[in-house]
Design a protein around this ligand. Sequence first.
Ligand SMILES: [Fe+2]
Length: 258
Amino acid sequence: MKTNPSNPSRREFLTTTTKAGLTVGLLGTAFSDLLAHPHQQVVGTGFTQTPLPYAYTALEPHIDARTMEIHYSKHAAAYASNLRDAAKEEGVDTAQPLEQVLGSISKYSAKMRNNGGGHYNHELFWSILGAPTEGGLPTAAGTPNAPEGALLKALKTSFGSYEAFVSQFETAAKTRFGSGWAWLLVDASGKLVVSSTPNQDNPLMDIAEIKGTPILGLDVWEHAYYLHYQNRRPDYVTAFWKVVNWKAVADRFAAATT
Ligand SMILES: [Fe+2]
């Protein structure tokens, strides 16, 4: 199955191994996929927060527990709550995957765009983070915490090298003016691309400059790092690599490309 980001009916689901923190959804064409591949679990993003799949302290010292607690229980919780309000106000069926709404976000209100994006982005963010590995900063592929297999091969094909990808992603994160996100996404041709979006926009949205399926995202809003890093966003961006869960990213890559 080849993912076509222009077709929300194919894009809205992640077919991946079960991971705590992702909401299970069984709808539309993906249900037939599940019947064809009963060993796989079809998941999409719901309209409520899923439990954080690790403790607030799990990402220390790179992302501190207080930041994680406020980020998850206050900021992200507010996006989820406001999203449900917007859905109620605009008659949106919350049984559908959120990805489906985001794919036609231009038809909805700014409240839906900001909070739908905010909720989706944070759910993705929590899912691709994990406890720092013993190996520390993955300055080169092959270190304990680095992409491997098909994902590593795709990174090399798309960017020339893993290090070139890291450099491009860091530049996107560090130069995003104001609040926003840096992304690694799979575009319509199956190529990996780095982009950044303002506020709570993301590449799934029909209004995005660069569209595709995000598989890695970095929150560069000040609420994500200010308590620990203050104005030193570049230090936060560099530390991010120490807590990336590459297995989770690889699962999202596989779901987007198979
Ligand atoms: Fe955030």
